[in-house]
Design a protein around this ligand. Structure first.
Ligand SMILES: Cc1ncc(COP(=O)(O)O)c(C=O)c1O
Length: 414
């Protein structure tokens, strides 16, 4: 661990924690600028999970032997770490799922299935990742409810001037939006939307998949009713995500997945559900993955979320400054002060996939595509963009490598 809480982070020192950076890609130092897609894993998480498997692995909540008790306390210890990380009031409100997508589907199906019907409306924004768009669209249609989308304004923010008209003409039951856009990197002030949602008597569902890795989250201060996050984007393993939900809402909901582990009693005429959180955790849990997420949270908190956020702002400002000079570049999204470490761009006349492929030859990993945001791409008038994204281990030299690579791409297509 290279820094202590409250200090500016030292990305160069932190990189030593990440074995992936020990290699070269195509004979060049690896510039991993795809962290919004998924983050790399520090040795602390990798070693923690290996030790867990080697010393403490068994199934959880089902047996009384020593290993089962160790595994159960590993999983439940991680749940408490997540609770504290999110400042959730009660550990039973922390539901382990596979990823943010599953968390959002859980709410759409289990809450929407019982609470949405004809005459109701679900509101999302044009900036949503498909994971916070498609489940709502699908469940709304299945339930006979309306599915509405807030368009973005010229600044790329949800256009709140549409809210009055929506409130006048619709019974809004759900407002679902992200806190940080995976495509533009914008950090949103959700307060007006949360307030408006609650004035309508709607629930507010926050997709915090991109926010949780980068900034301090406080579900109580946010005022959301449900919050979804993914472990793999915040230095944890893949296969683990979290749904936090307000206890009274979770209590009132039907389960999403059914089977072992989530029941109280099973009889041929009737099955009753277990207590929270187990009601929503059918089947064998992602045990080591949850443990690994707990280690990742320790890792992030030792560095300090404030330090991570500040580091990303610096990198975003640095990148935006250099990229602006690349001939024929179009940059998307707000100024550095309002964004996490995400920069989307296109090079005039060059397909993003060609850009990404040529960059890979010089060791630079970026994402090219629609970023699971097709409605936003339509608004921007493009099929795809390039996206470079940064994290706590990103150093300015990697951004230099990106920019040099883009000049090389320009030469190839000159
Ligand atoms: C804003 C946002 N929401 C949801 C998701 C879905 O996350 P996962 O694929 O881990 O379910 C992503 C992943 O890129 C995302 O960026």
């Amino acid at each position: 661990m290279a820094v202590t809480a409250g200090k500016k982070l030292d990305a160069r020192a932190l990189r030593a924690d990440f074995p992936i950076f020990a290699q070269e890609i195509n004979g060049k130092p690896l510039a991993y600028l795809d962290s919004a897609n998924t983050s790399q894993k520090p040795r602390q998480v990798l070693d923690g999970m290996t030790t867990f498997y080697e010393t403490s692995y068994a199934n959880v909540h089902r047996a009384v032997h020593t290993l089962a008790e160790r595994a159960t306390s590993g999983l439940e210890g991680a749940r408490e770490k997540v609770r504290a990380f999110l400042n959730a009031p009660d550990v039973r409100e922390v539901i382990f799922v596979r990823n943010a997508t599953e968390a959002l589907n859980l709410v759409a199906y289990a809450w929407g299935g019982n609470n949405l019907g004809h005459g109701d409306a679900v509101v999302v924004t044009e900036l949503e990742h498909h994971s916070n768009f498609v489940p709502w669209q699908y469940v709304a249609q299945r339930q006979g409810a309306e599915f509405l989308m807030l368009e973005i304004d010229e600044n790329g923010d949800p256009n709140l001037s549409q809210l009055d008209e929506i409130a006048r003409d619709h019974t809004v039951k759900v407002v679902a939006t992200n806190l940080v856009s995976n495509s533009l990197g914008t950090i949103h002030d959700l307060t007006p939307l949360v307030t408006w949602a609650h004035e309508q008597g709607a629930i507010f569902v926050c997709d915090a998949a991109q926010a949780a890795p980068h900034m301090k989250l406080d579900v109580q201060a946010l005022g959301a009713d449900f919050v979804a996050i993914s472990g793999h984007k915040m230095c944890g393993p893949s296969g683990i995500g979290v749904l936090w939900g307000r206890g009274d809402l979770l209590q009132a909901m039907e389960p999403f997945l059914l089977g072992g582990h989530m029941i109280n009693s099973v009889r041929v005429d009737k099955t009753t559900w277990g207590e929270l959180p187990h009601k929503f955790e059918a089947g064998t849990s992602p045990i080591a993955e949850a443990f690994g997420l707990g280690v990742a949270i320790d890792y992030l908190e030792d560095i300090g979320l404030d330090a991570i956020e500040a580091h990303e702002h610096e990198l975003a400002a640095y990148a935006l400054g250099l990229l602006a000079d690349v001939p024929g570049i179009k940059l998307y999204g707000p100024g550095a002060e309002r964004r996490a470490g995400v920069v989307s761009f296109n090079l005039d006349g060059i397909h993003p996939h060609d850009v990404a492929q040529i960059l890979d030859l010089s060791g630079v990993a970026i994402r090219a595509g629609h970023h699971c945001c097709q409605p936003l791409m339509q608004k921007l008038g493009v099929a795809a963009t390039n996206r470079a994204s940064f994290y706590l281990y990103t150093i300015p030299e990697e951004i230099d490598q990106l920019v040099d690579g883009l000049y090389a791409v320009r030469k190839v297509f000159a």
